[in-house]
Design a protein around this ligand. Structure first.
Ligand code: NI
Length: 137
């Protein structure tokens, strides 16, 4: 049977600061540069969520995109949009909010929550030119 990847794109805005509290202020400034700025900075994130599976014989869907949108809103977007990733987002607590770590955390929020299909991809754009992909491996 054919496996099809279905992709949902979503957008949100968050503030963060890259900072490792186990290291010195000098190390953090040298390592993270402007991203270590103490009073935060923001990004317009673009999130693409991939779900793979066989289209249902009844609906033709791998996953109902309305359901995927609702799950992603409840578990990720509403928690992060216009929020501070370091201070306010439960699933980012204790995590340095790099794009890499953020993508892994988003995966973990969604992987077990899908009603059909299998999570196949988290693609997270921090800027137009910088993005990461995570496939749960
Ligand atoms: Ni940043």
């Amino acid at each position: 049977m054919p496996n099809v990847n279905v992709i949902r794109r979503m957008q949100f805005n968050s503030a963060h600061r890259l900072h490792n509290p186990e290291k010195s202020d000098e190390w953090n400034a040298a390592t993270f540069g402007k991203c270590n700025s103490p009073n935060w900075h923001g990004h317009n994130y673009v999130l693409e969520i991939g779900v793979v599976g066989e289209p249902s014989a009844e609906t033709g869907y791998v996953i109902d995109l309305g359901e995927l949108k609702k799950i992603a809103n409840d578990r990720v977007i509403d928690k992060c949009d216009h929020k501070n990733l370091n201070l306010e987002v439960d699933f980012m607590r204790g995590v340095i909010p790099s794009t890499e770590n953020f993508a892994i955390a988003i995966w973990n929020e969604l992987a077990d929550a899908l009603p059909s299909g299998t999570l196949s991809l988290i693609r997270l754009y921090e800027t137009e030119n910088n993005w990461v992909e995570y496939r749960g491996e």
